[in-house]
Ligand binder design. Structure first.
Ligand code: ADE
Length: 237
């Protein structure tokens, strides 16, 4: 084994600490957690409540449905982090900047990341403004809280860290790293339900296989994601 790797430090602020590590405790990323290739610190926001009822939220000024997380409680949790919180601090929110593969790659080169998971209607705007917190969205749909979004972000970042996935090649070769969707994959049996795998893939001719895969990736991207195809063409020219 090589030298000791400094663990990627992840810190989560949440009202539902038992949701973690959840799926991040499984498979290769779970194994990497056990091997201390990354570290997970969970901060329970409720512990920073100021009252005996342990409440963390209140009704919105101006009326309306739902509850809003209080800025004073959130800030007490935030101030408690100190050296635990390395790297950028994000609030997961459908209002945020859309998450991209490019952002995941740049995050994977940081020492860690700290993520605030909201619930209910949201968090007091003043907390976000005063602490200069960036909002990140995982897509144009609404989840019931930021926890699943935080897990999506972490899964995407952690798999890019050295030593977590088996093969670097499979990361470089996959969708988005070259701006295209992936070409189709096939394995045994060579004929299944009367359908044979494309002849070129069993030809043993490496250059022809590469060419075919590139063509298929372009075709699939053109057909399924004209937005990505447009960007790809712009970048090429
Ligand atoms: N919280 C709720 N919905 C979300 C989304 N789409 N992205 C990030 N955080 C969220």
């Amino acid at each position: 084994m090589g030298g000791r790797v400094i663990p990627f430090q992840t810190t989560i602020l949440t009202l539902f600490p038992s949701m973690f590590p959840g799926p991040l405790g499984q498979s290769l990323i779970g194994k990497a957690l056990a091997e201390k290739l990354w570290d997970l610190a969970i901060i329970d926001i409720r512990e920073f409540s100021f009252n005996a009822y342990k409440s963390v939220d209140d009704t919105p000024f101006g009326g309306g449905a739902g509850m809003v997380l209080r800025p004073d409680v959130l800030d007490a949790a935030y101030q408690s982090l100190q050296e635990k919180a390395v790297g950028p601090f994000y609030y997961l929110s459908p209002r945020g900047t859309p998450l991209t593969q490019e952002k995941l790659v740049s995050l994977s080169q940081e020492a860690g990341v700290t993520l605030l998971c909201g619930r209910y209607e949201g968090v007091d705007e003043r907390f976000l403004q005063k602490r200069g917190i960036e909002e990140v969205s995982i897509g144009d749909y609404i989840l019931s809280g930021g926890e699943l979004a935080a897990m999506v972000l972490l899964d995407g970042v952690l798999r890019l860290r050295p030593g977590i996935l088996g093969s670097k090649e499979s990361i470089l070769d996959e969708s988005f790293s070259n701006g295209l969707l992936e070409y189709p994959h096939y394995t045994r049996p060579q004929v299944w339900e009367g359908e044979a795998v494309p002849e070129v893939l069993v030809s043993g001719h490496h250059a022809r296989i590469c060419h075919w895969r590139q063509e298929m990736a372009e075709k699939i991207t053109r057909e399924r994601r004209p937005d990505l195809w447009h960007l790809y063409e712009q970048r090429k020219n």
